[in-house]
Design a protein around this ligand. Structure first.
Ligand code: HEC
Length: 113
């Protein structure tokens, strides 16, 4: 019985991260994680961008759907990908090198419907 309860508890915890969900086995556990991306977005970006990334924030434009390429250019290098037309002509946003490894997570979060 104890064991069953423990199994259920572990599975509930894992279900929250999707590991016990119906897509078990197909989900790439080491791949981009939108939940982690969301946490980073909230911790780092919503000072200026909206908590709802489809809307303009206090300073930054809506950034829903931003590609990894765009995020890397803007967040790490203060630039834009070649041929990308920026929404603003300003260059007010600082770089955030600490999120370097997590850009795919942020992109996965921003890609969510
Ligand atoms: C200090 C305020 C501030 C913070 C914090 C901030 N941004 Fe920005 N962001 C801006 C502003 C302002 C712009 C408009 C361009 C400019 O002035 O740099 C912008 C533009 C962008 C763009 C380009 C949008 C486009 O299509 O032209 C992306 C992508 C972006 N931000 C992503 C992020 C992400 C991801 C984070 C968190 C890691 C973040 N920003 C944190 C202020 C901020």
């Amino acid at each position: 019985m104890r064991r069953l309860i423990l199994t259920l508890a572990v599975c509930t915890a894992l279900a929250l991260t999707g590991a016990c969900g119906k897509d078990e086995g197909t989900r790439e556990v080491t791949g981009p994680d939108p939940a982690r991306g969301r946490r980073l977005y909230i911790a780092t970006c919503i000072v200026c961008h909206n908590i709802d990334p489809s809307k303009p924030g206090s300073q930054g434009p809506p950034i829903k759907g931003s590609s990894v390429e765009l995020l890397e250019a803007k967040v790490l290098r203060k630039t834009y990908p070649p041929d990308y037309k920026p929404q603003r002509t300003t260059s007010a946003m600082p770089t955030y090198p600490q999120v370097r490894k997590r850009i795919p997570d942020i992109a996965a979060f921003l890609a969510q419907p």
